[in-house]
Structure formats: C-alpha cells, structure tokens
Design a protein around this ligand. Structure first.
Ligand SMILES: NC(=O)c1ccc[n+]([C@@H]2O[C@H](COP(=O)([O-])OP(=O)(O)OC[C@H]3O[C@@H](n4cnc5c(N)ncnc54)[C@H](O)[C@@H]3O)[C@@H](O)[C@H]2O)c1
Length: 459
C-alpha cells in the first residue's frame, strides 16, 4: 500500500486517534516540490537539524516549538539569517507543540527533545499525520517501544530513527566490505557510547560544557535533564550510537534479530569526583555528595537469532578520549576502531590476504579502497556538516525518502528494538545480570524483511 492509498484508509483509523489530523501524508511529490517542516524542541541538536535543513532548497520551515525562549530565539535567528524571515513559534509551555501539530501545512517534524519526551512527541506526531524524524536515546519503559509500533501500524505514518553514526564513513566502508563477503560469516560485534560527558552533564546554568557543577533546574541544555537519568537509572541508557551501526552490519530486524541481553554495571565514582575537583565545586558542594545510580561503565551482551554475539559499552562518566569502540569480527577478518572515525583510527586484519602475519594493518588503505558509494559520491556535500559529515547523510536520507515515497532505511522496528535495550538492561542490572528476552517487534517479519540501509548511492 503506498501513501496515497493509505490516505483513505487512515482517515477511518484517525477517528480514534488522540489528535484528529487535518491531513495525512500531506506531502505528495505530484503536487509539491518542498517538504514543509516543523521542529519540536530547538535545543542544540534541534538547531543542528535546522542548520542542515536551511542548506536545502527542497524544504520549507513552517514552525518551531520549544518552551525555552532562549533556545527558541537561537533557532529563530538561524532561520531569519538564512531566509530573511521568522517562522511561527510555539513557546507557551511544555504542551504548545500540540498547536504546531494541529497545523495542516506541515508534512514532517524533527523531534530533538529530552528523552522523557520522545514517546509523546513521536506518537502524537504520527497520530497528527506528521512524518517523524526522531532523535536518538533509549526508552523510559519497555511498553513505550510497543506503543511506537502500535501507533505506526495503526496510522502507517512513518518515523525514522535519526541515528547519524550509521552513516560514519569508516562504518559504511566496513559495511561495504562485510556485504562483499570479506569478513566471511559474522561472529561478533562491539560498539557503544564511550565519550566523556562530565562537562556536558554539569554546567553553570548559562553556558554548556565544563562551565560549572550544576544540573537539573540549575543546569543548562543537557545538564538540565540528562543528568537526572544518571541520578535515577542504571543501564545502557544511550544504546543507539553503538547498536545502530551494528544493526546494519548484522542485518538486525532484516534477516536477523536480537533475542536476549544481559547487562552489568560498575560502581559509580566519576561524576562525584568531577564535582569535587571542579573549581566551582569542591567537597562541600552538595553535588559532590549526591549518590548517582548510573554505574560509570555499563556493559551489555546481546545474543542474536543467527548465533552472533554483540557487546555494547556505555562509558560517559570518567575521563577518557572519545571512541565508540566498534569491532566487527567474522570467520575471515576483524576490524576495530579506536577514535572518532578517522581513516587511520582503526586496526584491520584479514588472515588470508595478509599471509597469516598476525599483525594489524592500519585501516587507511582499506577504508579508501572500499569507501561506500554513498560517501564517495556525496563527500563534498557533507563536508561542512555536523559530526564529520554524518549529520548531512542522516538528514538527507529523511528528506529524500519522503520525496520519493519510499521506506526509511532506519524505521519504527529499529527504533523499538534499539530503544528496548535501555529498560531491559536496567531490569537485568536490577536482577544481578539476569538475561532478558528482547521482544520481536516485527512479529516474525524480520525473517523476510530485506536490508535497505546503504543500498543507494544517493541517500
Ligand atoms: N545524534 C547525535 O549526535 C545527538 C547529539 C546531541 C543530542 N542528541 C539527542 O538530541 C536530543 C536533544 O538533545 P540536545 O543536546 O539538543 O538537548 P538540549 O537540552 O540542548 O535541547 C533539548 C530541548 O528540548 C526542549 N524541550 C523540553 N521539553 C519540551 C517540550 N515539551 N516540547 C518541546 N521542546 C521541549 C528544551 O527546552 C530544549 O531546548 C536528545 O535525544 C539527545 O540524545 C543527539
């Protein structure tokens, strides 16, 4: 069923939806050349998406919503500087985004809100007929994951998981090599979020990054909300930067799937030490004594239906250089990265090609030779985009799929299964590492669904 067929069917379904949509799939490539956009949450990440969209001539920004007047103002400035005019804004409290959603001149929305808002923002947008670009995180509760799938299956309004690391250049070259059979049969993968976030989790309430030791109501940007998750939860709380890229390599939800996981957590020391040693903190600062629940290093083992194992690491509270810790290992080869995706920041080994040398090769030559066609074709367009160009690709895929009326490469089933890692890991840790079954959100369809990520050189 294509989107136009669906319009008729969904008007019946929509009668029972939370918000009555004015239009469903109002974007049609037959009648429109521009995708009309709204932005829910215009903090730092929302502004990155706005900046990315403003480079294009096939979109139109219609409205923005954020209860924080400072963030709303920064977003307006970006838009006005580029287009010469302001757009409608919805800044009247936490629920003013609903007024943005009730407009009938918006085709799609970007959601870049704090994690605790993702479910409401995502599902209400779908129910209002707005195609969703959903920023990354993990679910607050396992039931949320079923809800995303339920709402999608009822409305058929698509939602894309905006996991930019899937588009990292080295990761895509490795995917290219895996698909060409160079790694043989896949056996094991690793990834995670290994990034010192201490200077993000605390600030002075006015500026981000290392400016102080406050969080919650006294914090600014992510310190305002993200740190509370470290206070109250203990688990793999940011799984998608690791599992996203592994998903396309290991064909998760498309011929393979995650069946169970098991997590363990270390003790928590990093955040207290940071506050204690910060010039604006000290042993007498109340935040140095707070008991954070989130362990400094949380590891999660995942078993896949086709027999592979995956290992995710969440490591954001200690001093350390950035590294997502990717590893892809098969019967014919192994790759490990140790940086932020630079061509020389990896080790690779192919026993037969390297004549049993037992020595790592630097990745540079390999990554160049097997550069993914998407990158080879679009590297110049991505040059000035965020996160080394990855942001260009993920945002471009969102718009191009809408324009071409084709399915997103990272869809609601990816979203649900990746987000599910968080509550399941929390439960596993609470139960001394007890294994947790990972639901099959595709209801058996994973056996027949074909890989779609990275198969075009256009998006
Ligand atoms: N993919 C990436 O590389 C990447 C990088 C940074 C952040 N993120 C993700 O982006 C999201 C936002 O992070 P951020 O760094 O922009 O945080 P931020 O704190 O800078 O921005 C969040 C914004 O959401 C707004 N908000 C809160 N409640 C809202 C509501 N009810 N309606 C509308 N807006 C609301 C806040 O006022 C704030 O402006 C998170 O999911 C984060 O994990 C992803």
């Amino acid at each position: 069923m294509n989107r136009r067929d669906f319009v008729q069917r969904s008007s019946v379904l929509a009668a029972g939806a939370l918000i009555l949509p004015n239009s469903l799939f109002s974007f049609s490539s037959n009648t429109k050349s521009k995708v009309r956009l709204g932005f829910i949450a215009t903090g730092f990440r929302g502004q990155t998406h706005i900046a990315e969209m403003l480079k294009r001539n096939d979109i139109e920004i219609k409205a923005i919503a954020d209860p924080d007047k400072v963030m709303l103002g920064k977003a307006q400035q970006l838009i006005e500087k580029s287009t010469g005019h302001k757009v409608d804004e919805y800044g009247n409290g936490d629920y003013d985004y609903r007024n943005l959603l009730s407009r009938n001149d918006i085709d799609a929305v970007f959601v870049s809100s704090p994690w605790e808002w993702h479910l409401k923002h995502g599902t209400e947008s779908m129910k209002a007929g707005k195609i969703v670009a959903m920023e990354v995180c993990g679910a607050m509760d396992l039931e949320d994951c079923f809800e995303y799938v339920r709402v999608y299956e009822e409305t058929k309004v698509p939602i894309m998981m905006m996991e930019n690391v899937c588009y990292r250049r080295d990761v895509m070259a490795i995917l290219n090599m895996v698909k060409s059979g160079m790694f043989g049969e896949l056996i094991h993968g690793q990834g995670g979020y290994e990034h010192d976030l201490r200077g993000v989790l605390f600030n002075d309430g006015k500026s981000a990054y290392n400016s102080g030791v406050e969080f919650g109501e006294k914090g600014f940007s992510e310190a305002k909300w993200r740190t509370n998750h470290y206070l109250n939860r203990n688990g793999e709380i940011y799984p998608t930067h690791g599992i996203g890229p592994l998903s396309s390599v290991f064909d998760l939800n498309r011929g393979n799937r995650m069946v169970r996981l098991q997590s363990m957590s270390s003790k928590a020391r990093g955040l207290n030490k940071y506050v204690t040693e910060h010039e604006k903190g000290g042993v007498n600062h109340p935040n140095s004594q707070i008991k954070f629940k989130q362990g400094d290093v949380v590891t999660t083992q995942i078993q896949c239906a086709n027999g592979e194992t995956l290992l995710l690491t969440h490591d954001t509270s200690l001093q350390r250089p950035y590294n997502l810790g990717f590893r892809v290992q098969g019967t014919e080869g192994i790759w490990q990265d140790f940086g932020w995706g630079g061509a020389t920041q990896g080790h690779i080994y192919f026993e037969k090609r390297m004549e049993h040398s037992h020595r790592w090769d630097n990745t540079e030559e390999w990554l160049k030779k097997y550069d993914h066609p998407l990158w080879a074709k679009n590297a110049a367009a991505a040059e000035n985009s965020g996160h080394g160009g990855m942001d260009y690709f993920v945002d471009n895929a969102f718009i191009e799929c809408i324009k071409r009326d084709i399915e997103f490469p990272l869809d609601v089933y990816d979203l649900a299964s990746w987000y599910a890692i968080t509550p399941l890991s929390e439960k596993s840790i609470e139960n001394n590492g007890q294994p947790q079954e990972i639901p099959d959100f595709t209801n058996g369809a994973w056996k027949k669904r074909k890989p779609v990520f990275g198969i075009s050189s256009d998006f």
